[in-house]
Design a binder for this molecule. Structure first.
Ligand code: CA
Length: 237
């Protein structure tokens, strides 16, 4: 029974996908165990936390995000989200809820294994890998998404509201990429005249001392959306 602790748990209702993940992992020497429902997985993880759980978001009995949250609160294990839903808000929410990484289907098995190895490495060496605590560094700003804290170059700290925090994290996760209003709002059907994202962006620019007339940080791409045009470095620990 003790060997089961080293098994990577795969929570996936599709047997074909589960088989692909299991084969990829086993090829690289990992033992795996397949769970079809969230209920079975959570019960097993509560008894013997596995080193890592691969979580599918679309499950028959629970939303995978609930599973991610519950694992983060109750079991000390790595979590990798594997999903067919490539939505920025899902990535952001998943990482906020405590997932270590996020892979979109269809996936390259070798890349999946590399990501899983990297999570396990970080978890084994939290001092150098920084467990869940990450801070984004851009220009002379620092942003801690765990506490919504934005720190200016002179050390002045501000706590962002949840909506602003979510928006800033969207940009920081995908710098130098044009993000549509829908992506930034986390919805697929934003009304054409809905200006709430634009209002939020202009508030965020103010926070970042970005001139709304000629912004250099968050630029408007007409007809497309917005882009954070600065490099972002993530620091851990
Ligand atoms: Ca599924």
């Amino acid at each position: 029974m003790s060997a089961s602790r080293d098994e990577i748990h795969i929570l996936e209702d599709d047997p074909l996908v589960a088989g692909t993940v299991a084969r990829a992992l086993e090829e690289y020497g990992f033992a795996t165990r397949w769970f079809r429902t969230a209920g079975e997985l959570l019960a097993a993880a509560a008894r013997h936390p596995p080193p890592l759980v691969v979580v599918d978001l679309g499950l028959p009995d629970r939303d995978g995000m609930d599973v991610v949250r519950e694992l983060h609160q109750t079991a000390d294990c790595g979590v990798l989200i594997l999903t067919g839903r490539d939505i920025v808000s899902d990535r952001v929410l998943g990482l906020e809820l405590g997932a270590d990484d996020y892979v979109v289907k269809p996936f390259e098995p070798r890349e999946l294994v590399a990501r899983i190895r990297s999570i396990l490495r970080r978890r084994a060496h939290p001092a150098t890998g920084g467990a869940a605590h990450r801070v984004a560094v851009f220009e002379d700003w620092r942003y801690d998404p765990g506490s919504f804290t934005l720190i200016a170059g002179d050390g002045a700290e501000e706590i962002l509201g949840a909506a602003e925090a979510r928006l800033l994290l969207c940009f920081l996760e995908k710098p130098n990429r044009v993000l549509s209003r829908e992506q930034l709002a986390g919805t697929a059907d934003l009304a054409p005249f809905d200006r709430s994202i634009d209002v939020r962006v202009s508030r965020l620019r103010k926070r970042l001392n970005d001139d709304s007339q000629s912004p250099h940080l968050i630029k408007t791409v007409y007809g497309a959306g917005y882009v954070l045009s600065v490099g972002v470095r993530w620091e851990t620990g």
